[in-house]
Write a new protein. Sequence first.
Length: 236
Amino acid sequence: MALLTIEKISVFYGEMCALRDVSASVEEGEIVSIVGANGAGKSTLINTISGILKPKTGSISFAGEEISRLEAHQVVERGVIQVPEGRRLFPNMSVEENLLLGSYAPATRKNRAANLDKVFDLLPRLAERKKQIARTMSGGEQQMLAIGRALMSEPKLLMFDEPSLGLAPKLVTQVLELIQSIAAQGVTVLLVEQNVQNALELCHRGYVLENGTVGLTGPASELLNNPHIKKAYLGL
Ligand code: ATP
């Protein structure tokens, strides 16, 4: 059984249909990516899984439970955690305060100290800077902090919305390596990326969203060799 199953969901903004009959699944332990151009509906999909948006039709189940009618905080409590695009940190709070806010849910609150140690082990730079005010850090450090905060919520499924957006190439590599090591620790990953090459090199399987529908899907190696993808997304 898949950990996450999305079945024929349609999502609207008013009259505008942003996703139409989208189906996808993520198995436990997989890294799956959702790729596509600007405006294809990637953020809409992640926000619908997170419970921020509600599908008009279709269903989303996580670990066998229907979650598409739950509130966002209830989805978080089940271990479906989003690292949002643009970081959305608390800019005037310290690194440590931002991390602690990642474990507000009662179930994770009791493990706060242990989880903080784990995050500091994985991201030693955050440990060095725990008293630093978030807004004074570089873009790359802020992205690491956003990922650290998500880890404080004990994710079962961790969803990244454009984690490499606006980062210098060296930092992009660091963020992608970090995603890989998080996955290696047993966290299932759903990665949304406009950078199709990076995403497909990292993931096991991918879905290509085009104008709100799934155009192509398959193992990452197949998608990387697909002539349409090469031409439309990889500039080859
Ligand atoms: P990007 O990479 O630019 O974030 P995306 O693939 O994530 O693109 P979405 O942000 O999901 O795409 O947008 C899908 C479509 O829905 C676009 O046409 C967008 O203009 C529209 N849209 C997104 N958010 C809203 C909103 N709050 N109200 C109305 N339309 C929206």
